[in-house]
Every structure is written in C-alpha cells, then in structure tokens.
Design a protein around this ligand. Structure first.
Ligand code: ADP
Length: 186
C-alpha cells in the first residue's frame, strides 16, 4: 500500500446510463493496481444502505447527495481517493458539497439523453416512458449540467478507456496521484 499524502473526492455526475459507474470502476481498478486507497460510493448501492427510504423528490435527492457528500468528506480527509457515482441532478447541492470538501474534482459524464435511452442499461428509460416510474431524470425530472467541471467525458464519442484516462490524467495533473504508465490504450 502506498503512502498517500492527500485524499480527494472525484464526483461523477450525469444522466442514468451516461457511464458513471463504468468509468468509476475502471478508474478504481487502475488506482488499486497502483497501490492507492480508494473507495467507491455508488448511487445505487448508497440508496440501498445509507439512504434507504429516500425517494426522488427534490428534497430527497438533495438529502441523498448531502449524505454521500458527508461520507466522502470523512474519507477524503483520511487520505482516501473517493469515487462518487451519482446522477446528482441539481447544481446547487453539487456546489454545496464541493464547498465542504477541500479536495474535490467534478467529472461531467456527458451522453445525450437519446444515447442513454438507447443504451437503457437497466431498462429504466423504457419504464419511465411508459409512466411506470415517475420523476426520472431526463424524462420528467430535470438535470442541470455542470458549468465548470474539471473533467468532461463525452461518452457518446469516447471509449471507456479514453474517458477513464481523462480522469486519471486530471488526478495526476493536480498531483493527487502518480499513475505510472496510465495505460494509454485509448
Ligand atoms: P451510469 O452509471 O451513468 O448509469 P453505466 O456505467 O451503468 O451508466 O452504463 C453506461 C453504459 O455505456 C455501459 O454499457 C458502457 O459500456 C457504455 N459506454 C460506452 N462508452 C462509454 C464511455 N466512454 N464511458 C463509460 N461508459 C461507456
């Protein structure tokens, strides 16, 4: 295990199906191979545990993000690299979380609604279109795009490796890690 001087929260935001989980998993694996302490807070898993009982109203979504932000903050100050994957559709609460965590990088995982809907990884868009799920981000709930993300992954046009490399390179540029030979296989 490497001596890690700083922790950082890397916050992945974007529509369902945009690629947050996929990129997170790739980045996690790369960092672990390099010996870094990493934790992933994945929106779906968090909603089963830390945020069980919260729904998808604006208030509940904000509470969800606040709780994730709280845990991310604790881990970050203990020098862990925290990868958060959560739709987190509201800009204001994302900014609040950023203000509370001194070392913070926002990654906008950007794929058009059409592409996400075509992927429909979990079959949720189909259900949302059929009216079986209400308050679904992008369909009948808003998504506010980040204005100044440190990284933007355009997953419409990039491979997973290219998107993940952008994140790793930013972490390296800001000196949160030194990933030897980020496998530039993109
Ligand atoms: P989210 O976590 O944002 O809901 P997922 O990661 O579960 O999204 O699903 C994204 C889907 O898009 C996966 O099937 C993945 O293979 C595909 N995909 C295509 N290109 C990319 C890319 N550049 N980055 C991430 N995912 C991508």
């Amino acid at each position: 295990m490497r001596q890690q001087e700083y922790g950082v929260t890397v916050w992945f935001t974007g529509l369902s199906g945009a690629g947050k989980t996929t990129i997170c998993q790739f980045v996690e694996k790369e960092l672990r191979i390099q010996g870094y302490r990493v934790e992933v807070l994945d929106g779906d898993a968090v909603r089963q545990n830390l945020c069980k009982g919260l729904g998808f109203s604006k208030d509940d979504r904000e509470e969800n993000i606040r709780r994730i932000g709280f845990v991310a903050h604790l881990l970050t100050r203990n020098n862990v690299i925290v990868l958060v994957s959560a739709i987190s559709p509201y800009r204001e609460i994302r900014e609040q979380v950023r203000q509370n965590i001194p070392y913070f990088i926002e990654v906008y995982v950007n794929a058009s609604l059409e592409v996400c809907e075509q992927r429909d990884v979990k079959g949720l868009y189909k259900k949302a279109r059929a009216g079986e799920i209400k308050h679904f981000t992008g369909i009948d709930d808003p998504y506010e795009i980040p204005l100044c993300p440190e990284v933007e992954c355009k997953t419409n046009e990039e491979s997973v490796v290219q998107s993940a490399s952008k994140v790793l390179e930013k972490l390296e540029e800001l000196q949160y890690c030194s990933v030897k030979n980020i496998r530039k296989f993109g």
